[in-house]
Design a protein. Structure first.
Length: 283
């Protein structure tokens, strides 16, 4: 057993006056106490008075298949399996080195991150929440990841496939993106009818239906599709227009609760310019 004592502590909500001491046993955290708490006899203590102990960080939007260099998205189709695996290894190592212990991947290629999530790790890595390839229109934003779908039937089939594969989240792109040439962030790739649930089946395996919306047009359709999202738009959101309400039926003007109780249903999220959606299961 080892005791690690810091000058400051933060539990995610409150600071601990005077710091904390963390007891580590067999490579796992056994207990966390105020720094002044008595310790078991004979336990060595490592003091770090100028540091802060806090819970592991959660990165809610990553693309582990990208190598962080210019043109990473365009290079994806040309990567071999071994090269892609190397990129994943490096990305996970870098995340952990800066204190990120959980990552939510919103787009891979060849289901690489989903496969990595289920593989036993030989070295410590962050907990992985995976979506598989993002669903997009033909040659739409992030088409290089292999998730193209043409029309409502293929869109719903894509969501069902991700549910069958055990995805934690499904990412649907309904607008273009700045990193994909030839796409337009101001226009939708899927129509309102495409992205709206159909009697909750087959997307009933997902808790909500969402869409990627770059700015206003896509964001409006996102809300009209009864999504549970948190979007950043160019102006405060005041609810859908009367025409949208008429077309789509009742909608909610705020995200629904993250606690849905369906631990194995993937979340179908909006991936707007700056956007994250509520989780469907606890970490």
């Amino acid at each position: 057993m080892l005791a690690i004592r810091s000058g400051r502590g933060f539990d995610g909500e409150h600071e601990t006056p005077g710091g904390v001491v963390v007891l580590v046993d067999g490579g796992r955290i056994a207990a966390v106490h105020p720094a002044t708490a008595p310790l078991p006899d004979g336990v060595p203590v490592a003091d770090f008075p100028d540091t802060t102990v806090l819970p592991g960080l959660i990165d809610m939007h990553v693309h582990l298949c990208g190598d962080s260099r210019d043109g990473a998205l365009d290079r994806l189709p040309g990567l071999s399996t071994d090269e892609l695996d190397g990129v994943l290894d490096d990305a996970l190592r870098r995340q952990l080195s800066v204190g990120v212990t959980t990552v939510r991947d919103l787009g891979d290629r060849h289901w690489a991150v989903l496969e990595r999530r289920g593989r036993a790790a030989t070295n410590p890595v962050p907990t992985i929440l995976a979506s598989g390839p993002p669903v997009t229109s033909p040659r739409g934003h992030c088409w290089q990841m292999g998730g193209e779908a043409d029309g409502p039937a293929q869109l719903r089939a894509a969501v069902a496939e991700r549910a069958d594969r055990g995805a934690d989240v499904v990412n649907v792109m309904t607008s273009g993106g700045a990193l994909t040439s030839g796409t337009d962030v101001l226009h939708c790739q899927f129509t309102l009818d495409d992205s709206r649930p159909r009697h909750r089946s087959p997307p009933a395996r997902a808790d909500w239906t969402g869409a990627r919306a770059g700015f206003e047009p896509g964001t409006t359709q996102t809300y009209c599709s009864s999504t549970a999202t948190h979007c950043t738009t160019s102006r405060p959101y005041a609810g859908p227009s009367p025409s949208c309400r008429s077309a789509a039926g009742p909608t909610s003007t705020r995200p629904q609760s993250a606690t849905r109780g369906h631990s194995r249903r993937p979340e179908v999220v909006v991936d707007a310019a700056c956007c994250a959606a509520a989780r469907t299961r606890p970490l």
